[in-house]
Design a protein around this ligand. Structure first.
Ligand code: SAH
Ligand code: SF4
Length: 369
């Protein structure tokens, strides 16, 4: 414990110190890190969990990320786009079950027809739910004008993971071409901030060839980008993807899982007021993954509201959980599971990033009024 306390009081903007903490493997010391993160969480954002109903709107994707099961180059995927009625049903379900918030995620599609389709969906969801749900989009890289258009149509948050902040590593998991440009992804994150969103990003943890140093850099990247929300989780192989060939380079799944929890814990200590999601990928490796993520500092969970018939077509990675579970059942068990660990689900609450509120509201005394 002594050494551990020293480590935590070290300057956490130091990459070496972060990498050292990320490499902690003794159970006691790891637990002490989680406990520290939980106490920071309790003292800042509180021991609350916010829900975002996840709607996987379409698995049509124009990109070919080497890790992802729904990449354009996977001919085995049966492509779908939910009907407007299906989306609205899911939104009404979220509203009736008092989720407070939705995430709409798609493969990457561009062009005016897709932009207009999203606008239409945003407007209809707001109309049918009495403007009582906040909406996060996760629809990939788009021009600034499209981000602005969707913001005006009522999207408030946007999630675009950088995947890894190490450019060389980025090009080992993406084709090196203009459709998968690291700089374009960075630019998109800047556009999102310019357009006024609560900006979320994230990384995959335990990628082939990724070191503790890279993950330490990822944490510093979130800090330097002054990001409002983070969704990150373990990389999980998908057999029908090019990255599967490098599976011999992977850490065991249990270690990718623990590393993900340590990332969450350190991020909560580094950026106490941001929103951090306990990803579905955590639950894929360990059935208790979401709760463990929350106890390591996460404050957002995303129950899946995609109609069960389409869920198995949105397989980013193998063994995705809850493929056949009715959302209402998962929600009940989730509520019980979250209460059991001493946390409170905030129903009917938007759960905005407090970090975002801090950076966008004028300091008291600076007000022009
Ligand atoms: N098309 C959008 C959003 C959908 S993909 C985009 O790429 O931004 C959402 C996230 O799923 C990706 O950002 C990636 O981090 C994650 N993902 C994809 N394949 C994965 C895998 N094999 N293991 C873990 N996460 C994966
Ligand atoms: Fe498409 Fe996103 Fe998967 Fe890349 S990660 S292939 S952009 S859905």
């Amino acid at each position: 414990m002594g050494i551990f306390d020293d480590l935590l009081t070290e300057n956490l903007s130091d990459k070496q110190a972060l990498a050292k903490l990320l490499s902690l493997s003794e159970p006691d010391r790891q637990q002490a890190l989680f406990d520290k993160a939980l106490s920071v969480k309790a003292a800042t954002v509180g021991r609350f969990v916010y829900l975002r109903g996840l709607i996987e709107l379409s698995n049509v994707c124009s990109k070919n990320c080497y890790y992802c099961g729904i990449r354009a180059g996977n001919p085995q995927v049966e492509r779908y786009t939910l009907s407007e009625e299906e989306v609205l049903n899911a939104a009404v379900f979220a509203h009736q079950n008092r989720f407070g918030s939705l995430v709409i995620q798609t493969g990457e599609q561009t062009g005016p027809a897709f932009a207009a389709f999203i606008v239409d969906i945003l407007e209809k969801i707001h109309a049918i739910t009495n403007n009582e749900l906040t909406i996060t989009l996760s629809c990939g890289e788009q021009p600034l004008k499209v981000y602005e258009l969707w913001k005006r149509a009522g999207a408030e948050r946007y999630l675009l993971r950088i995947e890894t902040s190490n450019k060389d590593l980025y090009y080992t998991i993406h084709p090196r071409d203009r459709h998968h440009s690291f700089e374009a992804r960075l630019d998109a994150l800047k556009y999102l901030r310019e357009a006024g969103y609560q900006v979320g990003t994230g990384v995959m943890i335990g990628l082939p060839g990724q070191q503790a140093d890279d993950l330490a850099e990822d944490l510093l990247f979130f800090k330097s980008m002054d990001i409002d929300m983070v969704g990150m989780g373990p990389y999980i192989e998908h057999a029908a993807t090019p990255l599967f060939a490098k599976r011999h380079m992977l850490m065991p799944a249990s270690e990718r899982f623990n590393m993900s929890l340590r990332m969450i814990a350190l991020l909560r200590i580094l950026m106490p007021y941001i929103n951090i999601a306990a990803s579905t990928a955590l639950e894929t490796i360990n059935p208790l993954g979401r709760q463990m993520g929350v106890l390591a500092g996460a404050n957002v969970v995303m129950p899946n509201l995609t109609p069960v018939s389409d869920r198995k077509k949105y397989l980013l990675y193998n063994n995705k959980p809850n493929l056949d579970k009715d959302a209402s059942l998962s929600t009940k068990s989730l509520n019980a599971a979250i209460s059991a660990i001493g946390e409170t689900i905030c129903f009917d609450m938007p759960g905005d990033s407090i970090h975002f509120q801090h950076r966008t509201s004028p300091e008291p005394g600076n007000s022009l009024s």
